[in-house]
Design a protein around this ligand. Structure first.
Ligand SMILES: Nc1ncnc2c1ncn2[C@@H]1O[C@H](COP(=O)(O)OP(=O)(O)OP(=O)(O)O)[C@@H](O)[C@H]1O
Ligand SMILES: Nc1ncnc2c1ncn2[C@@H]1O[C@H](COP(=O)(O)OP(=O)(O)OP(=O)(O)O)[C@@H](O)[C@H]1O
Length: 494
């Protein structure tokens, strides 16, 4: 491979390296001593908010100047400052939405290659190969804004793979993928590494998926310093306590939460009959859906990427018009309003159905974390002492209290996810609809989130969650609905 295409494997060296984001007192990452040889494959794990993404962004050379933060120590990629080695690294961001640049799938995948000066004759075969490798089977002229979350994640990875970088940097690349897609994408990365010999640094909470591909495991602790580094088997054996304390999902050590239990009642709070859904009238995604949400139980909706889970969640949440059929609330939920949630005004919706979107940052409206959590209660004119103390309690339970004054947009991916859940919780809606609620969570924050949702259900809240997370399904799938491409929605017992 000609070198100007950036395919020569690049090593990494950190000596006492640290980064502090502007506006923060704490160093997000500090005292990092790490030498990664060209061609090594490194898995980075650690608690939510421990600086994993910060480190990855630094390696990609995308941190800006003093207005974004300050660094100390030394960080080198291929022997030079990361900003001078930008063409050598391919970064896939945690939030695939923020990485989509161009309007068409093919152009978006080609974008990075064009920047590297790859010839046009070579770009298009690369684009085709990369899309095939990540299993994104859509026309090159498909609009990128019409892709589902999982499809966008595959798109971002295809763009990075097409560049054939010497240093591949992946931030939770499989967090939005269905189980089949997880293995498919990991194997695609493996094949590219085998072919190019590139160095890999991948951040992921779930170790089991990546362990078979990597040669090294590096673990960040809560304070942004390394707590373990070495051959995976050895790190897992010698540091198991430290790893569990750091919230790492150690294989074979599942979270300690109760299993799902069958719904207590068959009374439905929301029922769909022959429902047809889509983002717009001409674009039907599913039709003929019959389903209901049992009261005071937790229903979990699973299914492959792009099948329509988010679309169904938004429709159930009263945010998208059904294309056909009927979605009706029980009289107890409608409380005097028309039965169709789409007809409720936003304030009326707030206390009846709270929806947490798949992409957290689409939801932020306030300037601080504390204000964001209080948005709903303020809209309802209920910011009394009880509401204020509930805000504090939720912040503390979801480990956001130390970030109460931070800007929501500066939070880590996992912190943002917890913030959106916190905001919806505080309004105390009868029904909560959550799209991928455990995205980006470590074992500790995951457990806290799952326990909190179980308590809500015990107290009478009806919860519907969309997820690809098998552990979440085991803990909260009182009712399991599986959406499939051919047969609509199937119901499974807990
Ligand atoms: N742009 C920013 N400005 C200010 N603080 C930031 C910014 N980005 C991240 N932080 C803070 O730096 C810390 C580390 O964040 P980072 O995203 O690196 O964590 P992470 O380990 O990747 O977390 P997660 O597993 O939740 O994605 C967090 O406390 C976060 O709030
Ligand atoms: N904003 C949009 N505009 C038009 N079409 C969209 C939009 N978002 C998604 N789609 C399309 O609608 C279909 C269903 O998408 P949806 O997001 O509901 O899937 P999903 O099951 O939630 O997928 P994932 O698991 O990847 O998040 C997909 O084929 C997708 O391409």
């Amino acid at each position: 491979m000609p070198e100007r295409f950036g395919s020569r494997p690049a090593g990494v060296e950190a000596r006492g390296w640290g980064w502090r984001h502007a506006g923060r007192i704490r160093w997000a990452v500090d005292g990092i001593d790490l030498r990664v040889h060209a061609g090594e494959r490194v898995l980075v794990a650690g608690p939510s908010g421990s600086g994993k993404s910060t480190f990855l962004h630094a390696l990609a050379g995308v941190h800006g100047g003093a207005e974004e933060g300050e660094s100390r120590g030394t960080l080198l990629v291929d022997g030079v400052e990361p900003s001078a080695a930008r063409g050598r690294a391919g970064l896939v961001l945690q939030d695939p939405d923020s990485q989509v640049i161009l309007a068409r799938v093919g152009d978006d995948v080609a974008f990075g290659c064009e920047n590297l000066g790859v010839t046009r004759e070579e770009i298009w075969p690369r684009v085709g190969l990369a899309l095939e490798a990540v299993g994104l089977d859509v026309p090159l002229d498909r609009s990128t804004s019409a892709l589902s979350g999982g499809q966008k994640q595959r798109l971002a990875l295809a763009g990075a793979l097409a560049m054939r970088p010497g240093l591949l940097l992946l931030d939770e690349p499989t967090a939005n993928l269905d189980p089949h897609g997880v293995a498919e994408v990991r194997d695609a990365v493996g094949r590219v590494l085998d072919a190019t010999g590139a160095t890999l640094v991948v951040v992921e909470h779930r170790l089991d998926v990546w362990l078979e591909l990597v040669t090294r495991l590096v673990v960040f602790g809560r304070d942004g310093r390394l707590v373990a580094d070495g051959v995976p088997d050895q790190v897992l054996r010698d540091h198991s306590t430290a790893l569990l304390e750091a919230g790492v999902w150690v294989p074979g050590a599942p979270a300690e939460v109760e299993a799902a239990r069958p719904p207590r009642t068959t009374t439905a709070v929301l029922s769909a009959e022959h429902l047809a859904i889509g983002r717009e009238p001409g674009a039907l995604v599913q039709s003929g859906l019959d389903l209901d949400l049992p009261e005071a139980a937790s229903t979990v909706l699973t299914g492959p990427n792009g099948v329509g889970k988010s679309t169904l969640a938004l429709t159930m949440g009263g945010l998208l018009h059904p294309i056909a059929g009927r979605l009706a609330a029980s009289p107890g939920l409608a409380r005097g309003l028309a039965p169709e949630p789409i007809r409720w005004r936003s304030k009326q919706l707030l206390t009846r159905i709270g929806t947490v979107f798949q992409e957290p940052e689409h939801q932020f409206v306030a300037r601080t974390v504390r204000d964001e959590v209080g948005v709903a209660v303020r809209a309802l004119g209920r910011l009394d002492a009880a509401a204020a103390s509930r805000v504090d309690e939720v912040l503390q339970r979801l480990r956001l209290d130390a970030l109460a004054e931070a800007n929501p947009f500066t939070l880590s991916g996992g912190e943002q996810r917890r913030l959106t859940v916190a905001s919806a919780l505080v309004a105390q809606p009868d029904v909560m609809i959550l799209d991928e609620p455990t995205f980006g969570q470590d074992r500790v924050t995951w457990t806290e989130l799952v326990r909190l949702l179980r308590e809500l259900v015990d107290d009478g809240t009806t919860v519907l969650s969309v997820t690809h997370d098998a552990a979440f399904l085991a803990a909260l799938g009182d009712r399991h609905l599986e959406l499939t491409a051919s047969s609509g929605v199937g119901r499974r017992a807990a």
